[in-house]
Design a protein around this ligand. Structure first.
Ligand code: COA
Length: 411
């Protein structure tokens, strides 16, 4: 008896990552089409670190949005729910937990949501158009636009409150920003498409937020804080276009010192490396014959003055472009490249080693009896092994960027 209750309760535990279904609705048919469903990558901010939901059998949770202005529907279905009276445990309050994170005015009735879909007929992006482009997607041409906005545009705040909730499901430790701080700038990307009856509409694709940090005496350092392309639109080059549009917005301005990124994710850093390498490859100081001579100040200055790239990122770009310019079949040339990168990777270790050496000298002078030679640092041999591993990972990463550069078209 006990066992069967335990088994039943276990059956009522589901993974919140599995049961949540998102859809962006362009037409009523999308409500039933399996192809429009996409899933969260994480749900711990809503359902806790174990990412589980308790109390339901065959559970499905639906979070649907109208594709343009993001009118929201939240609902759930299940075949059985735990019986609190007999089984003594309560089912999780799913909708309450999710709604707490969503913008206000969520629809819980499908009929009301369907009626609200018509709002997309008249929806147009907020702000000013800064970039428009077309992409070929499996034989069809799709058009996209990037808009720059701030909170002075009527209705934009409410729109942003709706789109920002996607961060919870796709960016680790994501936080909502302070919408009243006017140093934030917002970049939104949309697809401009034509419906089956020939009307023109906009569909939300993703967004980025940029904070304009002050820099002495009258400069700013724009920092990209959040950057998201919704899953159905990834791996088409849209992230690249959004980033390039943001760059163009700031690069030509004298008051901009550099453009940075707040704790970039691995995929985003790769995208940034690609765009930066593509842009730097047009600069004279990043020409192959220069790259082979090593990293120099002119590269730092040119990357900063022409593209607002900081020194650390300029160094990464140099390593990528130098690898591309290196003939790896030439033993000497390839060896020189590896050495150059490993020397850079070794800098933090060298620094630590120097600090330890200083401490050792001080201890040796102070008390010869307690002095030991064990400084906790890896041996020279171990260090070489670690460096080799670090180098290999980096080279693989650089190779993916180089591969993409090979078929790059102008952005
Ligand atoms: C990071 C992110 C913005 C990238 O957006 P995206 O639109 O997919 O970016 P792109 O399409 O320009 O490039 C992504 C990949 O698609 C590939 N790609 C681009 N166009 C392609 C095409 N037509 N066919 C096949 N692959 C393509 C690129 O080569 C790249 O591959 P790589 O990672 O192996 O180099 C997106 O994945 C995202 O929102 N992730 C979650 C949130 C996040 O991490 N944000 C950053 C926080 S700092």
């Amino acid at each position: 008896m006990e066992d069967s209750i335990t088994a039943r309760l276990k059956r009522l535990v589901t993974s919140s990552n599995e049961v949540l279904e998102f859809r962006l609705i362009r037409s009523i048919d999308d409500l039933d089409s399996k192809e429009t469903v996409f899933k969260p990558e994480m749900t711990y901010q809503v359902f806790g670190d174990r990412e589980i939901i308790f109390g339901y059998q065959d559970l499905k949770v639906q979070l649907f949005y109208s594709a343009g202005c993001l009118e929201t529907y939240l609902g759930m279905t299940y075949t059985e729910k735990v019986n609190t009276e007999y089984e003594g445990v309560e089912a999780d309050e799913i909708l309450t937990k999710i709604a707490a994170k969503l913008a206000p005015d969520v629809h819980y009735s499908e009929t009301n949501f369907i009626n609200a879909l018509t709002k997309d007929d008249t929806f147009t992006p907020y702000g000013t158009l800064i970039h428009s482009f077309s992409l070929n997607d499996k034989g069809t041409t799709r058009r996209f636009v990037v808009y720059k906005a701030d909170m002075s545009y009527k209705g934009f705040k409410e729109y942003h409150q709706r789109i920002q909730t996607f961060l919870l499901w796709y960016i680790d430790a994501a936080l909502f920003i302070d919408l009243d701080d006017d140093q934030w700038q917002y970049f939104n990307i949309f697809e401009k498409y034509t419906t089956s009856i020939g009307t023109s509409r906009y569909a939300t694709i993703g967004f980025a937020t940029v904070y304009r940090y002050y820099a002495y005496p009258q400069h700013i350092r724009p920092r990209i804080a959040q950057f998201l392309i919704l899953p159905p639109f990834r791996r088409m080059g849209l992230g690249t276009h959004l980033l390039q549009a943001i760059y163009r917005e700031y690069i030509g301005r004298n008051e901009v010192k550099d453009i940075t990124v707040e704790s970039p994710s691995e995929v985003f850093q790769r995208l940034r490396n690609y765009v930066d390498a593509l842009n730097c490859s047009t600069l004279p100081s990043f020409k192959p014959e220069r790259l082979r001579k090593g990293f120099d100040n002119e590269m730092v200055t040119e990357a900063r003055d022409k593209l607002r790239i900081n020194k650390k990122q300029a160094r990464i770009v140099y390593e990528i472009l130098r690898l591309r310019a290196t003939n790896v079949a030439n033993t000497e040339e390839y060896r020189a490249y590896r050495l150059d990168v490993k020397n850079r990777l070794n800098i933090p270790f060298k620094r630590k080693q120097n600090e330890e050496a200083k401490i050792e000298r001080a201890l040796r002078n102070e008390d010869k009896r307690t002095y030991t030679n064990d400084n906790g640092l890896p041996s020279e041999e171990q260090r070489k092994e670690i460096l080799e591993k670090e180098y290999r990972l980096l080279e693989d990463e650089y190779k993916t960027v180089i591969k993409r550069l090979e078929y790059a078209t102008e952005l």
